[in-house]
Design a protein around this ligand. Structure first.
Ligand code: NAD
Length: 353
């Protein structure tokens, strides 16, 4: 089956959707777009699309089956509700909603109208993340006890709506939601402890850097860090397991894995004399007790899978086929809310999330 899409908000990410659909998904045709800023009309036309004069004319177009909401975050809720009430399925950009309350309202409309409401959590198909997931699932290096997932920039927050609180700006909503969603996909047990520190180094209204620590019921601890003033980069991923460790330096660098082969240790012979004095605990492992290997990043990007699953959901009417499910979005929204509360009040949150 073929579907026709309309776009609300024709900025940076809308063009990314356009490219993915054009290259990979012939079953979805984009008919046109509405952008509040008339200066964007030229770009809409250059992409061979129809310019709608307002949102209502797009939403009342009987040809449109699916609406992509790719405006700043504060417009997602109103557009999602209006689109579903107009009989359209909705693919909403992340973060889909700015509160659990808003999300529940939107999900209630999805239920009432029988329309799909799903979210573009496309970083579930990032190749670095898929590598980490693959090694963890294979169990080659045992169970993770500490995971660090971070993105480090040093240019500050992009000088658009992302600096404005009312628009849903800030790094938790911009990047945090992706990194949280990735981690939540790894474990099917609740978070039992959460602590977050947020910084307003140069942007008074929104978090420009944050550090979020979470402990899961299975004992795994995760630290998610988003920096926009990090002039020295730390690895994108660092994962410590009970039988080894792995590191991904940067998005495209592949994973370096160290696997433990032998747990026996001759402590007496392992004293190392460092610049700070002798130590046995921090001495290197004896030769032959570990194995190092590298796995390259996959060549093919699979970031179009979300669309394939959405098409299956629309075709069959079976919304469980859609990649990003309401309960998953509920959970990531609750994690972000807890993170904001923890940072605001300076408290450790001990609740099951
Ligand atoms: N999934 C991802 O990887 C990813 C990446 C970037 C952005 N996003 C999300 O996509 C959304 C848009 O981000 P962007 O980077 O494209 O921003 P952008 O500023 O480049 O584009 C937003 C567009 O929406 C238009 N707009 C603003 N208010 C509008 C309204 N009420 N109605 C119609 N149009 C309106 C603006 O004029 C602009 O053209 C945000 O929710 C953002 O979080 C997701």
């Amino acid at each position: 089956m073929n579907f026709t899409m309309g776009i609300l908000g024709f900025g940076g990410i809308a063009k990314f959707h356009y490219k993915v659909l054009a290259e990979k998904i012939p079953q979805i045709t984009i008919k046109g777009a509405y952008d509040i800023n008339a200066e964007k009309n030229e770009s809409i036309l250059e992409h061979g699309l129809l310019v709608y004069p307002d949102a209502d004319s797009l939403l009342s177009d009987a040809d449109i089956d699916l609406v992509l909401i790719s405006t700043p975050n504060n417009f997602h809720k109103d557009y999602a509700i209006r689109a579903m009430r107009a009989g359209k399925h909705v693919l909403c950009e992340k973060p889909c909603m700015l509160s659990s309350e808003d999300l529940e309202e939107v999900l209630a409309v999805a239920k009432e109208t029988g329309k799909i409401f799903t979210v573009h959590q496309n970083r579930r198909w990032d190749r670095d993340y898929l590598l980490i997931k693959q090694v963890l699932q294979e169990g080659t290096i045992g169970k993770p006890f500490f995971i660090e997932s971070r993105v480090n920039g040093a240019r500050g927050v992009p000088g658009d709506w992302r600096c404005v609180k009312e628009a849903g700006g800030g790094m938790m909503y911009d990047w945090g939601v992706h990194l949280i969603d990735q981690i939540l996909q790894l474990f099917d047990c609740p978070i039992t402890e959460l602590y977050c520190q947020m910084f307003n180094l140069k942007y008074p209204e929104v978090d420009d850097n944050f550090k979020l620590s979470m402990k899961f019921e299975n004992g795994t601890c995760v630290m998610i860090e988003v920096g926009t003033f990090h002039f020295i980069k730390a690895p994108r991923w660092l994962v410590h397991c009970d039988g080894g460790a792995m590191k991904i330096e940067d998005w495209g660098s592949g994973v370096d894995v160290v696997k433990e082969l032998d747990t026996t240790m001759d402590w007496q012979e392992s004293v190392v004399y460092t610049a700070a004095g002798p130590t046995r605990t921090m001495a290197a492992r004896p030769d032959g007790t570990t194995e190092d290997f590298h796995i390259d990043i996959a060549e093919e990007k699979t970031n179009y899978k979300l669309y394939e699953m959405l098409i299956e959901g629309m075709e069959t009417g079976d919304y469980s086929k859609v990649a990003v499910q309401p309960d998953e979005v509920r959970r990531s929204t609750r994690v972000m809310e807890a993170a904001f509360r923890s940072a605001r009040e300076g408290i450790l949150i001990k609740e099951n999330i």
